[in-house]
Ligand binder design. Sequence first.
Ligand code: MLC
Ligand code: AMP
Length: 511
Amino acid sequence: MTKVNLFTALRAAFPADLDQVAIETADTPQPLYYTWRDLDRGTAMIANLLASLQLPPMSRVAVQVEKSVEALMLYLAVLRAGHVYLPLNNAYQAAEVDYFVGNAEPAVVVCAGRHFGWVSTLAFQKGTKHVFTLDDDRSGSLLERAAQHGDQHEPVRRRSDDLAAILYTSGTTGRSKGAMLTHGNLLSNALVLKDYWGWKPGDVLVHALPIFHVHGLFVASHGALLNGSRMIWFSKFDPRAVIARLPEATVFMGVPTLYVRMLAEPALTQQACRGMRLFISGSAPLLLETFQDWQRRTGHTILERYGMSETVMLTSNPYEPASGRRGGTVGFPLPGVGVRVRDDKGLPLATGEIGGIEVKGPNVFKGYWRMPEKTADEFTNDLWFKTGDVGRIDADGYVTIVGRSKDLIISGGYNVYPAEIEGYLNDMPGVAESAVVGVPHPDFGEAVVAVVVAKPGAALDGKALIAGLKGQIANFKVPKAVFVVADLPRNAMGKVQKNLLREQHKGLFAG
Ligand code: MLC
Ligand code: AMP
């Protein structure tokens, strides 16, 4: 069991020579070079600013900003100051942010300068005392205020079961739940991955994922920081630009869409990948076709792993030997992580049989923020967490995910819960009812599609409904297509048969 503030552990891994470059930006107008000393001083100044606000211990700090090195420093500073980091996808719109702020009651909110008006209004209404701005050009009140503070700061002591972060993940009923992750959850997982993925001196990570979810914020950033490794930092994924930087790098992490988009670039060759040691994929199923195309084109075998906001990383294909990485599987339970498969009644299944995936380990979260009943529902009597994923474990121990019992769509690595979108559609004028499903999509893996029924006498137009949703909910949740129908297919019990809708629309984006 780890006993330290996660920041202290990451800080201890900084190289002895603090003047080496820790992060180099790849898509700012001019490249910016941040040394390890810059990270240490910058996080100290922000932590000192937070300390000067005299917040109660473990206050939530909610952050919705563009990706930047300073945004990463803010995350590290929140850990350092002993508070709880609450990252928000920057696609979230006012109604979504309003819910998160109302639910988490952050003491501090940090937002983009252009959103200060509406964010501060709703945050102050909910009792937040401090709203700062941070933009991706290093401007904003957060850094202005932090610059007035000293660059030395003693990290606040934290125990392993103290909260470090809250990550909101949507619920099946449409209301998001805040997964509470502790210093111990995050550090234990980062230490296991450092070893399992063979991080070594000289590694360089191309970081091109957003930093408001587990993959980019924890798996990628912690991996590099804990290894004292340099990062080549993209604020936004651009396949061509990323490929151009691969020759200087050794490690890359992405959701499957990133691999699909890079494969579409002629510049992706064995030569471009000559220095690479490891390509890792996760957050959504990697198609076997993508896995094989990548092998053929680059000579590298993608290592697929499986995780969740509630658990960080759970399973991984082996690092060695690369030939042990099996496409279509998510590999083995990580050291210290228990993975088992159960039937509907919670009974054990034989090897290879398909059932609900349950997990246990030091990485498994502490529960949902202020939702004890929901938390209890998601754990078995013997305290295994029910992932909502459906899969099997074969005789060699490989875990394969075959589906989900939770009604969830994963589009380009982002989760979309149909119930939430149906709620918004049903509230629109003229809509009697709706059903939202995920269908195969060549770029996003799955795409959100809605089927709606009009109220008697109302005339509905799919494009107008899409336009109406934009501005209300994050853009990645907006259906790519809306069909207006006379009736939704239902079974004898009156339940909408979403499988029939998925079948009917499965070819919509083919080719
Ligand atoms: C963008 N768009 C999407 C989308 N991303 N639509 C569906 N699904 C997505 N994921 C839409 C926008 O709404 C917009 O539509 C249009 O695409 C262009 O927007 P953009 O912002 O320019 O898109 P782009 O930069 O190309 O983003 C695509 C992407 C991004 C794949 C790079 O989605 C991304 O970074 N995904 C990674 C998500 C991630 O990190 N997940 C990890 C979760 S952690 P319009 O109509 O407005 O033009 C987790 C646990 C674990 O799951 O195991 O790791
Ligand atoms: P999130 O709530 O965003 O953390 O998403 C977690 C979910 O992503 C998991 O419950 C899985 O359904 C899915 N997921 C993550 N990694 C993989 C993977 N490698 N293959 C299939 N699904 C995955």
